[in-house]
Design a protein. Structure first.
Length: 269
């Protein structure tokens, strides 16, 4: 049997999604929890390998098992064995041709910025803090030049191992809700550090250090050294994964873009 699961996590204490020999990871914790429920080893494959410190509102993974449990049993059982900063949201049987990574048609990330004069206490590990006032309208205007299929070499990490830098951004927006700015990006796939590099470049525009047209120029240059900083990991959230309707998975795209869906209620003071 193949099962898909939805996973929510605070990535602050982990070295990213992918299992590593010497440090703790989200994948290792999820596999240990599911193995305890299955009473056999479990290997999970995720839709995306988030980096150290990056969070997820809705990561999706799949695994194969001969263990027979109810979907509710998988969720409740795994959550019993998971630390408090990781939770299974749902589990669902899927067809054998489903693949969490390769079946995905789009991925959505949100980059969260706290923009106020005073440094945060509660949101310090959940948002990027910028004390100077940001112009979200200029940031939104600049971001529109990224929509479409382009070579995103200027926004990929030097460590990126993808064979091509060509990706398709379907939509990108920057909007403010009180002290918080949200950079929402949906694409068919992302390069290593792509969203954080986009956020870093847009921050420069928001601070008035570059005109909105600069983003289009950076994109055209295909040179990472011209693209500005990489924004901090703690502001990045994997928000949703889209799949063909035939798999019947819970949709994440319809998740309302509200503060409480991105950061815990206790941060909202």
């Amino acid at each position: 049997m193949r099962l898909a699961v939805g996973v929510e996590y605070d990535g602050g204490a982990y070295a990213g999604w992918q299992s590593q020999a010497t440090v703790d990871s989200i994948q290792s914790q999820v596999e240990r929890a599911l193995a305890a429920v299955a009473d056999q080893p479990v290997h999970v494959t995720a839709a995306g390998r988030t980096d150290a410190g990056v969070h997820a509102v809705r990561q999706v993974a799949h695994f194969d098992t001969t263990a027979v449990r109810s979907e509710r049993g998988w969720v409740l059982g795994a959550n019993t064995h998971l630390p408090s900063d990781i939770a299974l949201l749902w589990a669902q049987a899927v067809s054998g041709d489903f693949h969490a990574r390769y079946s995905a048609t789009a991925r959505s990330y949100c980059y969260l910025i706290l923009n106020r004069p005073v440094r945060p206490a509660l949101a310090r590990q959940r948002a990027c803090f910028v004390h100077k006032e940001l112009d979200e309208s200029a940031m939104h205007s600049a971001a529109q030049s990224l929509v479409g299929e382009h070579d995103f070499s200027s926004f990929r990490s030097s460590e990126c191992q993808s064979r091509t830098a060509v990706r398709r951004i379907d939509r990108v927006s920057v909007d403010r809700r009180d002290e918080y700015l949200f950079i929402d990006v949906t694409a068919n796939a992302f390069l290593h550090h792509m969203v954080r590099n986009i956020a870093g470049a847009l921050l420069r525009v928001g601070l008035g250090e570059a005109a909105p047209a600069w983003i289009e120029e950076v994109l055209r240059l295909r040179d990472r050294t011209r693209g500005g900083i990489t924004a901090p990991a703690q502001g990045l959230y994997l928000r949703a994964i889209e799949y063909p309707a035939r798999f019947g998975l819970p949709t994440g795209v319809a998740v309302e873009k509200r503060l409480s869906s991105i950061i815990p209620p206790h941060v909202l003071v």
